[in-house]
Design a protein around this ligand. Structure first.
Ligand code: SAM
Length: 214
């Protein structure tokens, strides 16, 4: 697969679409403009990679819609060098966006086939997050605390394991709700207290595992 001028043009058009939909963080928009999303989809769907849509990636899972990726990433307010945990690697696209922003990225995926595929795709693009196969609903205690934690699957509630793994000033961005729709939450740890902000409604695939829907 190649990254052609056509792909670059389609990416720029996507960036403008996201800007019109309200994404304002220029660093996030630059990341969307730089990461070739078509590498993260099956080649049969490559033509559709720059539509603002979620797509199937196998195992009943999806690569999130670019707007959702941009929205969640913007909420994280990442600074270069910060340590971030992503729960739900999926295709690896979101992890690539986080790496582009200069974060030190750990990403956990519970489906082995997706974990292996994401590893291959990211290595091919010379993007180097640390990928872990396992249950990310419990976080990653061996690498905690994190400046930011991003959950890319629908959680029934905020897992305490994740808030415990936030550093002082750390942000957890997580969609919480039922299996049909969820509210995006940003939980910030300030002087040991948790401050919760609520944002728009989204529809994610379910978080499984110990603190998911099982
Ligand atoms: N961030 C992904 C991307 O850029 O392609 C999209 C994520 S997809 C919407 C949600 C992913 O979360 C799926 O790949 C699913 O297998 C994974 N997942 C669900 N529960 C999980 C858990 N407890 N631990 C790790 N991964 C989980």
């Amino acid at each position: 697969m190649q990254d052609t001028f056509k792909h670059i043009g389609l990416r720029m058009a996507l960036v403008e679409q996201l800007r019109k939909k309200g994404i304002q963080d220029e660093r996030v928009l630059a990341a969307i403009g730089a990461i070739p999303r078509h590498f993260f989809l099956d080649s049969a769907f490559a033509e559709h990679a720059y539509q603002d849509k979620a797509f199937a990636i196998g195992e009943g899972q999806t690569i999130s819609q670019p707007y959702t990726v941009a929205f969640q990433t913007q909420l994280l307010q990442l600074k270069p060098g910060e340590k971030v945990l992503e729960v739900g690697t999926g295709s690896g696209y979101q992890a690539a966006i986080l790496c582009y922003l200069g974060a030190k990225v750990f990403s956990v995926e519970c489906k082995r086939k997706l974990f292996l595929q994401a590893k291959k795709t990211l290595a091919h693009l010379h993007i180097k997050p640390t990928l872990i196969f396992g249950d990310g609903s419990v976080g990653l205690p061996s690498q905690a605390p994190f400046h930011a934690i991003l959950v890319t699957a629908a959680a029934p509630a905020v897992p305490q394991a994740l808030t415990e793994q936030l550093d002082e000033g750390g942000r957890l961005v997580i969609p919480v709700g039922d299996l049909e729709k969820q509210t995006m939450l940003r939980i910030t740890k300030k002087e040991g207290h948790l401050i919760c902000e609520t944002f728009d409604t989204f529809a994610f695939v379910p978080l499984t595992g110990k603190f998911g829907w099982q």
